[in-house]
Each structure stands twice: as C-alpha cells, then as structure tokens.
Design a protein around this ligand. Structure first.
Ligand code: SAM
Ligand code: SF4
Length: 477
C-alpha cells in the first residue's frame, strides 16, 4: 500500500478521541506547584521509591524543585530506584539510517525538505546488507532503522527493509531485534510493518506545546499535531503494543515537555493498559543549516535533573540516551536511570562502511557528540561495573505489551534480564572483543556470579555460559 496522507479526514480511534494533551492543564499544574516545599518534594520521592508512577501534579513538583538540596535528593532517589529496578544492566543498540528523503520541513532537522544542501539517498537492498554486515561485525544484535517521511518510505517499503535486515547473517552475527523510528502510519500500514516482526515503533512528538509545534513544523504531513500525537494509538490499534515516545528537548520549556511525556504515558496506561516501552528525550543538536535557538537551551545541569525526574516519574519505562550526548554526560546520567544507549554510532548515510573520521552535516541529520566505537563503549561500561546487554529474549518469546511487562513480574529484571545480559555479553566477548576487553568482561561476569542469590538459576546460567564458550549461540531465559 502507498501512503495517502489524510490527517484532516482521518477519524481517530474512539478511545483516543479526547484531547489528552491539554496545554492549559499542564500550564496550570506548573503554575500551581511553582515553588514546592521540602515536604512536598519528600512526599513525591517517597511515592516513587515505592515504585508508583507519578501523576502530573507530582511531576510538576519535581520539575519545579530547583534548590541544590532538593536536586540532590531527587538524584539520589533516582539512583536508588534505578539500582533496585534495573540493577547494572544497560542495553545496547545502533541506529541505521535507511533514507533521508523527506517531505516535511522541520526547522531543526538536516533532512528537512527545504535544505537543498543535504545530499539525498535511499539505501538499496545491497547497501542495507553491507551496512548490517558492518554492524554485525562489531557485535551489534539490536538496530533501530530510521527513515525520513516520504511516499517512497511507505509501510511496505519499511516492512521490506526490516526483512532484509533480519536476513543478514554474517559469521556468528545476526540482528535479532529491529526497532523503527519513522513517521506515523495509518492502522493498515502499522499492521504491514508489524507483520515484518518489528520490536518497538518509536515516534517522537518533538514538542507537546501546540504553538511551538506549529512554529517548527510549517509544512508537510508532520505539521498536524493530532495526527502525530495519535500515531502510536493507531499502532496499538494495529496490534503493535511495544511503542516508544519522545520529546526533542530545546524546542520549548523542558518542564512543559516533561509533563507532556508523563501525560502521554498516562494515556497509554489508561487506554491500553500498558505504558510505552521507552521514552527518548534527545537534546537538540546543530544540523546542516540549523543553529540551536538558545532560548530553550537545556543546560547540562537541567538535563541531568530531567533524567533523574523521569526515572522517578515513570519507574517502569525504559529510558534511552543517544550519542547526541557527550561521554561525560552519558556516564553521569546512566547512574540516574538510563536503561538503553547506542554504541559505535554513525548517522551518516552508508556511514558504517565509509569509516570517515569527521562528520559531514550535509550527509546526515545532526551532530553527534560521542563517536566512540562499540568496543570502546563496551570496555568503559564493563570497567564501570555495568553489564552491557544485547538481549532480545522478551520480544522473541512474545513477552510484550499488556500481557507482559518486564516489570510487572516482581524481580523480573534481576531474574531474567541480568542473566540474559551476561549470556549476550559472553557471546560478544567470544566473537568480537579484543583480548583485554575479554578479560575484563569475564572478570565482571565472575563477580556477578559470585553475588548471585538464586542457586538453582545460577547453575543453569553457568551451564549456558559454558555452552557459549564451546560455540553455542543465542541462549536465553
Ligand atoms: N522522519 C521521522 C520523524 O520525524 O519522526 C523519523 C526519523 S527522524 C529522522 C528521528 C528524530 O530525530 C526526530 O523525531 C527528532 O526528534 C530527531 N531530530 C531531528 N533533528 C534533530 C536535531 N537537530 N537534533 C537532535 N535530534 C533531532
Ligand atoms: Fe523529516 Fe523527520 Fe527530519 Fe522532520 S525530523 S525533516 S520528518 S526526517
């Protein structure tokens, strides 16, 4: 099917008819809790440490809590919650840009239609194969495919590219989970993409502030706020129950965006009984022909706070951090709540095979700040005691959506995700790691095994780790 965009005519699914992003409501809460007291902040933190999701009022209290004492309490609580729920596991993925044709004119994006300097390219089948082999050869197992918005990139095209990726097997390498970051589709389109076996479908709202949204999305389908904000409702209607939301930080006041994100989460929980799988909150970067407007700049201090607050507001939602952020910021906020990062990222079209030292913004979407190789990232994670994970077990065992949330089962992460992280780390160490990383990685696995409480499970895990050393692959719980 081809995309025939009809956002104005499109009838929203009944359940999503209400306007769930209400600007006045959000502004009202931000004003009402403009100057929170210590007691209010403590109360909200206590609720969150009890692993309950926060409502808009409570989130407003945290985003307005700005004294150094309150901020340190928030960060300390986020750290504690992250330890409790997620342990030391960090999931790794890489983005793969499939095509940069675009009909929209998002002022901040290098791919915008009016940017005549951008060289346009759509990866053909062989190009995709080449990129995926290059990614598999570094050890990646999880990709997110990224597309501009264009009639050529319709649901059928997206589904075909997903299949091409899954079919690439190089030596011990394979991609076991393909996520998507693309424009919102109609329900039928989402069904087509689902059939290709995708993991998460991500759509970022960019800004939940309607006025700002209208200013930065002047033309093209994306200018319709409601079409976009209900995109993932249509995905749900089509049976995609694993979705990711996001806001582009720096377009408008980050405090407002935080309440917008939490409202979006509440909406999913209320209507579909399951929140989004992940939230992204990229800080806007310079792009070809675009300089960041400093008015809504999110400083490093605010950004680190923002992550800690999100961790507390939605204890059970995965938080994604990308290579847009420099290494030192990535390291700090991983402690507060990040559960997924990208590694060895290259966002240039065909970038994984071109091995250029420098970014060329006329070939890519925006500037990145962390261009370390996957192994450099792995080595640092392991050195800091994190267990990097390439695990894809839940998605492949159909443990998704309402029927299954990693977190709805008490202790699930420690029981399943942690050992699965160790198994995928062992695969990486065997197949891709240089000697030094291998030693450090196995040392970390050994340390974690020593502290393993569940003896029966520990025996099974040790047995599987041995099998991996002998050449077995793709073992999981
Ligand atoms: N074209 C689709 C869309 O707009 O949803 C999907 C892909 S778009 C290439 C992916 C995301 O990149 C956007 O949702 C936006 O949040 C982010 N992005 C665009 N320009 C950016 C910039 N200058 N800095 C950081 N992130 C940016
Ligand atoms: Fe196109 Fe997406 Fe970039 Fe907007 S953000 S110009 S829709 S690629």
């Amino acid at each position: 099917m081809s995309i025939i965009y009809t956002p104005q005519q499109y009838a929203l699914p009944d359940k999503a008819m209400e306007n769930f992003i209400d600007t006045d409501e959000i502004n009202g809460f931000l004003k009402e809790f403009e100057n929170p007291t210590e007691e209010q902040v403590d109360e909200v933190i206590a609720k969150s440490l009890n692993k309950q999701r926060l409502n808009l009022q409570e989130t407003a209290i945290l985003v307005n809590a700005s004294s150094p004492e309150m901020v340190s309490k928030i960060k300390a609580a986020a750290k504690q919650l992250k330890e409790q729920v997620y342990g030391k596991r960090i999931v790794l993925f890489a983005p793969l840009y499939i095509g940069n044709l675009c009909i929209n004119d998002c002022t901040y994006c290098g791919f915008r239609s009016t940017n005549k300097k951008q060289e346009r390219l759509t990866l053909g089948k062989q190009d995709i194969v080449d990129q995926v082999i290059a990614l598999e050869d570094t050890g990646h197992k999880r990709l997110i495919l990224v597309y501009g918005e264009h009639p050529r990139y319709d649901a059928k095209f997206i589904a075909e590219t997903v299949k091409v990726v899954y079919d690439v097997k190089h030596e011990n390498g394979e991609i076991r989970r393909v996520n998507i970051n693309a424009a919102p589709l109609e329900i039928e389109g989402f069904k087509t993409v689902k059939e290709a076996g995708i993991g998460t479908y991500q759509i970022f709202q960019e800004t939940y502030h309607r006025e700002t949204y209208a200013k930065v999305h002047k033309s093209g389908t994306k200018k319709h706020f409601d079409w976009r904000v209900t995109g993932l409702d249509r995905a749900q209607e089509a049976g995609i129950d694993d979705v990711g939301i996001g806001a582009l930080m720096g377009l408008y006041d980050w405090r407002f965006e935080m309440l917008g994100l939490v409202r979006h989460v509440n909406h999913f929980e209320a209507v579909y009984n399951v929140g989004p799988h992940t939230i992204s909150f990229p800080r806007i970067q310079s792009a070809s022909g675009f300089e960041v407007d400093k008015r809504y700049d999110v400083s490093d201090e605010e950004f680190t706070r923002l992550v800690a607050i999100l961790r507390l507001a939605v204890p059970y939602t995965g938080l994604i951090l990308t290579a847009r952020e420099p290494e030192h910021i990535r390291n700090e906020i991983m402690e507060y709540g990040i559960s997924q990062i990208d590694g060895g990222t290259n966002i240039e079209m065909k970038g994984y095979t071109s091995h250029k030292e420098q970014q060329d913004l006329d070939h890519e979407q925006f500037e990145i700040s962390d261009n370390r190789s996957l192994n450099e990232v792995m080595e640092e994670l392991v050195g800091n005691g994190y267990i990097p994970s390439f695990c894809t077990a839940c998605y492949r065992l159909n443990r998704t959506g309402e029927h299954f949330m990693e977190f709805s089962v008490p202790g699930f992460i420690k029981r399943f995700c942690q050992p699965n992280a160790m198994l995928t780390l062992a695969e990486y160490l065997e197949d891709y790691a240089p000697g030094e990383t291998k030693d450090k990685g196995y040392h970390l696995i050994k340390e974690n095994l020593e502290n393993y409480e569940d003896e029966r499970f520990k025996d099974k895990l040790i047995e599987r780790l041995e099998r991996i050393k002998k050449g077995d692959r793709d073992l999981y719980f």
